[in-house]
Design a protein. Structure first.
Length: 504
């Protein structure tokens, strides 16, 4: 599958997967002068030239895409600046989904994007190291029963762990230097001291969207606010939505057909159904990461691509609900739902016990020993962060929990096999701007009004699939969301694309 491969022993596994899953790609093989054996399987619509820079002293290869000093895939400039300033150049990367390979002065490095959106894994032995986009492509794995138990219960892992002793996810925002060392190459700015600006937010959305040509832009339109906010701030040639025609997503998406030139909607039951061997292969590829990778999503994105072959950049709403509504600091028990209605009763005064309580409620399926392992990982990874307690929790769930250990596998990892995925909420300035919002206001829906203030009414006045609008009074929005969710799921038992996935 698409990605960066370093020192892979069984290359036939790569080509077999690309062939079986019918993934369009180009390949670049590292030259003999490079000390590591490397391959990049990349998107031919994203890179018209090979994604490589090389001179007498420096070799750089990159999987994915990045924005540097205002330009997309500005590789030559980054290379020249690297020679002058070293890895400090990555402070000026504004966003992207990428994994870089550097060889400079006889040392090699792997550089990972800030959120680990490119999702690569490393096996580091005494003799050598191996990098691949999935553990599946790495030989001699040693299964870890403890982590496999967590995967089967929780449906995903935390931290950088996998279901194998000797394979780890590349740490978000890190450089791996051979042999055997990690260090963070840049951190987010101190957003606690920033003031939120809706004007700057809109400006950034418009600016970053324009990095791809209009003809190549496509956007998934759902029943929520994330994709809608992206849609409201730019122009898109194509849009799509999938699931039952009666689902909330499809009903809301139909109201925005006018906003794109071409709209693709379909039920997952109506697409060409995958072969048994293809579904089994998807399951094998995700082994050690998820027990139920929902392989139907892969084939849904494949169907979208087949109907929109000229579309290059898919503008995904990944993490939009986290930043707009703070869903990673809430919990879904009966008590948690009560606090969603009356958030001041819980979130006005936050202490360490409440943080642990939220985490425990979000990981109810784990045993006490398993949860203790997770909580210790949380403490280690957030101890040095100069942010509020709630922001520590939110950042952990985003970087090391549900965000980039579960949700990413659908709309980013699988979709990247067909498009260059552009998660708009992950551009550094956009992320920092939204993170500067007050957590109590955000979980109370008060921040939604601020975020959507500059947005045209034709976007903001349409109700979401959960029955609220950005202009609603916060208490009314909270009540509408909870009550509407109960009615749809319990009383009328509305079918969603998730239900169709289970039947594929």
């Amino acid at each position: 599958m698409r990605g960066l491969y370093i020192n892979i022993q069984n290359k036939e596994k790569i080509y077999s997967a690309l062939s079986e899953l019918e993934i369009t790609h180009k390949e670049y093989t590292f030259p003999d002068k490079v000390s590591d054996n490397g391959i990049i399987i990349y998107d031919p619509q994203q890179w018209q030239t090979e994604p490589v820079y090389q001179d007498d002293d420096l070799f750089i290869a990159v999987y994915g895409w990045f924005v540097y000093k205002g330009y997309k895939n500005n590789l030559n400039q980054l290379a020249k600046d690297f020679i002058l300033n070293g890895f400090d150049v990555f402070n000026d990367i504004e966003g992207g989904i990428f994994t870089f390979y550097f060889e400079y002065k006889e040392r090699s490095y792997i550089v990972n994007d800030l959120f680990s959106l490119s999702m690569h894994f490393i096996k580091d032995d005494v003799q050598s190291y191996i990098v691949a986009p999935f553990p599946y492509f790495i030989e001699n794995k040693k299964e870890n029963e403890f982590f496999m138990s967590i995967i089967n219960k929780q449906k995903y892992l935390f931290g950088n762990f996998t279901g194998y002793d000797n394979i780890k996810r590349l740490n978000p925002g890190s450089i791996y230097e051979t042999p055997s060392s990690f260090f963070v190459y840049y951190r987010l700015d101190n957003f606690n001291k920033k003031n939120f600006s809706s004007e700057e937010l809109v400006k950034d959305f418009k600016q970053y969207t324009k990095l791809w040509d209009y003809e190549g832009r496509i956007i998934p339109i759902s029943g929520g606010l994330d994709s809608r906010f992206i849609l409201a701030n730019s122009e898109f040639k194509a849009g799509y939505c999938y699931g039952p025609s009666s689902s909330g997503d499809r009903k809301v998406a139909d109201k925005f057909r006018w906003a794109v030139k071409h709209m693709t909607t379909f039920s997952l039951k109506d697409i060409v159904q995958p072969r048994k061997k293809q579904k089994e292969l998807i399951n094998e590829i995700f082994n050690g990461l998820r027990p139920d990778p929902q392989s139907g999503l892969f084939f849904a994105f494949k169907n979208v691509k087949s109907k929109n072959p000229d579309s290059v950049a898919d503008y995904d709403g990944f993490l939009g609900d986290v930043l707009q509504r703070n869903i990673y600091i809430t919990f879904g028990t009966k008590v948690g739902n009560f606090y969603k209605l009356f958030p001041k009763l819980f979130y006005l005064k936050i202490n360490d016990n409440k943080i642990m309580r939220i985490l425990r409620s979000r990981y109810l399926s784990l045993s006490e020993d398993e949860f203790r392992y997770l909580y210790n990982d949380f403490l280690v990874r957030t101890d040095s962060l100069q942010v509020t307690k709630l922001n520590k929790l939110k950042l952990y769930e985003l970087f090391y929990g549900r965000g980039t250990r579960k949700i990413i596998h659908g709309g980013v990892t699988m979709k990247s096999q067909f498009f260059s995925v552009v998660p708009m909420f992950c551009f550094k300035s956009i992320f920092e701007n939204l993170m500067s919002l007050d957590n109590l206001e955000t979980v109370s829906h008060q921040s939604i009004v601020k975020i959507w203030k500059p947005i045209d009414n034709k976007f903001s006045k349409i109700k979401t699939d959960t029955g609220y609008t950005p202009s609603m009074a916060p208490i009314h929005a909270r009540v509408a969301k909870l009550s509407n969710g109960f009615v749809r799921k319990v009383m009328i038992k509305e079918k969603s694309f998730s239900d169709e996935l289970k039947e594929m």
